[in-house]
Design a protein around this ligand. Structure first.
Ligand code: UGA
Length: 447
């Protein structure tokens, strides 16, 4: 009989994982502690913007016409404990307030709530990004709390999905990493992932600490790549070089690769910034802090980019104060194809200029509602053209396709000054310059 799967926590990770498991043919029960989320999901609606996810959900959520009916949602822990053979824990692990460490309270609460309902053999699979050593601790807690005792087993299976590509990354992962302690756990996870493994996804078997570390080290490497190219942008800026050409040229070396070498205002979001900080904090606890001190530099290069964008804007406006200057900001999400504004470099820059007296108007294709909630004092426009009306400078801060497809001639009619600063090195300088704009970007020559 096909395995029954539960998914605990229905954010980006959990909602996508639940839908993907149903797509793979399993019966799936999703749980969240937020009633509004569960109500939305039951109607086949997704609480965030993620391309393709709503379609996948609607294909499987029970009660929706024409659906497979394999996917249901609940808030009842007893039902989840009773239903599942395999339970995926997908709750978030944000940064603790006022410190670098990771806040494990949601993960801990999920285990405390689930375990007492495990009366028979069950595999609990952690997917959340956690400090190394957590799995070991949670495995012991599980055995302690579960009526099934040793039959309630843990595995660790980090997730590598990117927002904006979550569905594809989940259905066709570039690797599946599982930390297990028994053949039974391995066998169950091979069964869960049989389809992607048959399609070619590598299945990497590890112990607990390695599985946990794979995730944090992967994100640290990605953050390092971005900060590396941003450091090169600073040097290019000083030496009149062109960081975009430089990235292209070094990227031809396969050992370096072209991806994640886009210089600009740096990385944000709910993962990379908090993950490198939590990793440093954990290394400190383990007495290995020296190994990761370079991440402090990665973090500070990254945060510096935001300030440099503000300075680039100030300089482009003639230096001095932002008072009375109209600044249009294109982009609020931390990256395109997402409505996520957590630690968004774009909003950070917009906020800094606003606090210094600039009249900032923001437009983002999908991130407006979230941006308004986080920065209610900024002005918002309903379209790019409305945002730039009367602007003294336009800041391109999230590289949505919609912005690349803007007609500089049309925009030029709306602004006061044809001055655009590309914080993502994603627009074509020639196109903008031909239309009479002054185009500036970080790490690139002026004209
Ligand atoms: C990241 C990882 O890429 C995923 O593999 C991982 O699963 C996920 O975190 C997670 O831990 O859950 P995500 O946060 O969705 O995924 O975003 P990325 O695509 O990694 O982008 C992060 C930030 O880096 C964005 O702000 C983006 O604009 C910036 N970035 C990316 C650059 O500034 N330059 C680049 O060349 C690439």
């Amino acid at each position: 009989m096909a395995l029954k799967i539960t998914v605990i926590g229905t954010g980006y990770l959990g909602a996508t994982h639940a839908a993907a498991m149903a797509e793979l043919g399993f019966e799936v029960l999703g749980l969240d502690v937020v009633p509004e989320k569960i109500e939305m999901l039951k109607r086949g609606e997704v609480p965030m913007y993620e391309p393709g996810l709503e379609e996948l959900l609607r294909k499987h959520v029970a009660g929706i016409e024409g659906s497979s009916g394999r996917l249901r949602f609940t808030m009842d822990w007893a039902e989840v404990g009773e239903f599942g053979d395999v339970h995926f824990v997908c709750v978030n692990t944000p940064q603790k307030h006022g410190e670098y460490a990771c806040d494990m309270s949601y993960v801990d609460a999920a285990f405390e709530s689930l375990a007492p309902h495990l009366h028979g053999p069950a595999l609990v699979v952690g997917k959340s990004t956690v400090p190394v050593g957590s799995a070991d601790r949670l495995a012991a807690r599980l055995v302690e709390l579960a009526p099934a005792g040793e039959d309630a087993e843990l595995a660790w299976n980090p997730e590598f999905l990117r927002e904006g590509f979550a569905v594809n990354d989940t259905l066709h992962p570039d690797r599946i990493v599982v930390g297990v302690r028994s053949e039974r756990a391995e066998k169950l996870l091979r069964e869960v992932y049989a389809t992607p493994v048959t399609a070619g996804s590598p299945f990497v078997l590890t112990d607990f600490p390695t599985a946990e570390l794979v995730k944090t080290s992967a994100n640290s490497f990605l953050a390092t790549k971005i900060s590396f190219i941003n450091a090169m942008a600073e040097v290019c800026e000083a030496a009149d070089g062109d960081v975009v050409k430089l990235a292209e040229a070094i990227g031809h070396d396969e050992r370096i690769g072209k991806k994640f070498l886009r210089a600009g205002i740096g990385f944000g979001g709910g993962c990379l910034p908090k993950d490198i900080r939590a990793f440093m904090a954990r290394a400190g606890e383990l007495g290995a802090d020296q190994a990761l001190t370079f991440l402090r530099e990665i973090d500070s290069i990254n945060m510096r980019q935001r300030g440099q964008m503000v300075e680039l804007a100030r300089e482009a406006l003639g230096g001095g104060s932002f008072l009375g200057k109209r600044v249009a900001v294109l982009g609020a999400a931390f990256k395109p194809d997402s409505d996520d504004v957590r630690d968004s470099p774009a909003l950070n820059v917009a906020g800094q200029i606003h606090l210094q007296g600039g009249q900032v108007t923001v437009y983002d294709p999908k991130g407006m509602a979230n941006a308004r909630r986080l920065f209610p004092t900024l002005a918002y426009a309903d379209s790019a053209i409305e945002a730039v009306r009367g602007a003294d400078v336009v800041l391109h801060l999230t590289e949505w396709r919609e912005f690349r497809e803007l007609d500089p001639a049309v925009l030029g009619e709306a602004v006061t000054t044809r001055l655009i600063l590309d914080g993502r090195n994603a627009l074509d300088p020639e196109v903008w310059r031909r239309a009479g704009w002054t185009y500036r970007a970080m790490g690139r020559p002026t004209a």
